[in-house]
Write a protein that binds this ligand. Structure first.
Ligand code: HEM
Length: 207
C-alpha cells in the first residue's frame, strides 16, 4: 500500500450496489521506492496449489480465511485469456488434449468461445462470469459449480481446508465482513510511516 501526492486510491469496488465499505487511515503510508520483478515471486501465481497459496499468504501474516476472503476480490474485474486458456485446451496436468477436469463440462463451450484456441490471448474475460460488475458471492457459487476462471480460484473448491470456507461464503454468509477484515489486515502489511520511504509525485513511478 502506498501513498501518492495526486491522491489516494482506496481499494474499493465502485461498481456493485452492495459493495462493502470501510474506513482506513491512509495518511502516512509511504512508498519504499523499490519495484522489483523478483518480489512478485512472493505473490501467489494462478497455477499455485492451495498449499502454496496458503504458504505465501502465511508468510505475510494472512491465514486461510484471509486467503479465501481476499480471493473473493475476483468477484470484480477481468483476466486475460492467457491466464486461464491453458485449462480449456490440452491441460498439461492431464495431457491427451483434455481440459482441466475441474471445469464444468457445460461451461467449457462458453469458455472456449470467449477464448478460442488461436484467438487473442490479451482479450479480457470477467473473473466472475455470474455477475461481472457486482460485488457479491456469485464468485463462490461459481467455484462450487466448476465455473471458476483461474485455476488458483477453482482449486479453492478442491482443497478441503478451503472448501468449507467457499461453501460458507457461497451461502451468502459473512463474506462482506470477512472481506473487509482481511482487506484491513492486508493493508497493514509492510507499511512505511514517518520519514521512511516517500510519497510518490506520480503514482506509477518513484520520485
Ligand atoms: C491467490 C492469490 C491471487 C492470485 C493467484 C490472483 C491472480 C489473478 C490473476 C491471474 C488475475 C488476472 C490478471 C490478468 O490476466 O490480467 C487477477 C485479477 C484480479 N485480481 Fe487477483 N489474484 C490473487 C489475489 C487477489 C487479491 C487478494 C485481490 C484483492 C483483494 C485480487 C483482486 C483482483 C482483481 C480486482 C482483479 C481484476 C483486475 C482487472 O480487472 O484488471 N486478487 N488476479
Amino acid at each position: 500500500m502506498l501513498r501518492c501526492s495526486s491522491g489516494i486510491r482506496k481499494a474499493r469496488k465502485e461498481k456493485g450496489s452492495a459493495q462493502p465499505r470501510w474506513s482506513k487511515k491512509l495518511g502516512g503510508l509511504r512508498d519504499g521506492g523499490v519495484s522489483l520483478a523478483s518480489d512478485t515471486a512472493n505473490l501467489p501465481a494462478f497455477t499455485d496449489s492451495v498449499d502454496m497459496q496458503k504458504q505465501k499468504f502465511s508468510a505475510l501474516g494472512l491465514n486461510t480465511l484471509d486467503l479465501v476472503a481476499l480471493a473473493g476480490g475476483h468477484t470484480i474485474g477481468t483476466s486475460a485469456c492467457q491466464s486461464f486458456k491453458y485449462r480449456t485446451y490440452n491441460f498439461t496436468k492431464v495431457g491427451n488434449g483434455a481440459m482441466d477436469p475441474a471445469i464444468d463440462p457445460s461451461f467449457l463451450p462458453q469458455l472456449r468461445a470467449l477464448c478460442p484456441q488461436n484467438g487473442d490471448d490479451s482479450k479480457r474475460v470477467a473473473l466472475d462470469t455470474g455477475s461481472p460488475n457486482r460485488f457479491d458471492t456469485s464468485y463462490f457459487t461459481n467455484l462450487r459449480n466448476g465455473r471458476g476462471i483461474l485455476e488458483s480460484d477453482q482449486m479453492l473448491w478442491a482443497d478441503t481446508s478451503t472448501k468449507t470456507i467457499v461453501q460458507h461464503f457461497s451461502m451468502g454468509l459473512s463474506f462482506n465482513l470477512a472481506f473487509v477484515k482481511s482487506m484491513i489486515k492486508m493493508s497493514n502489511i509492510g507499511v512505511k510511516r514517518g520519514n521512511a520511504g516517500e510519497i510518490r509525485k506520480i503514482c506509477s513511478k518513484i520520485n
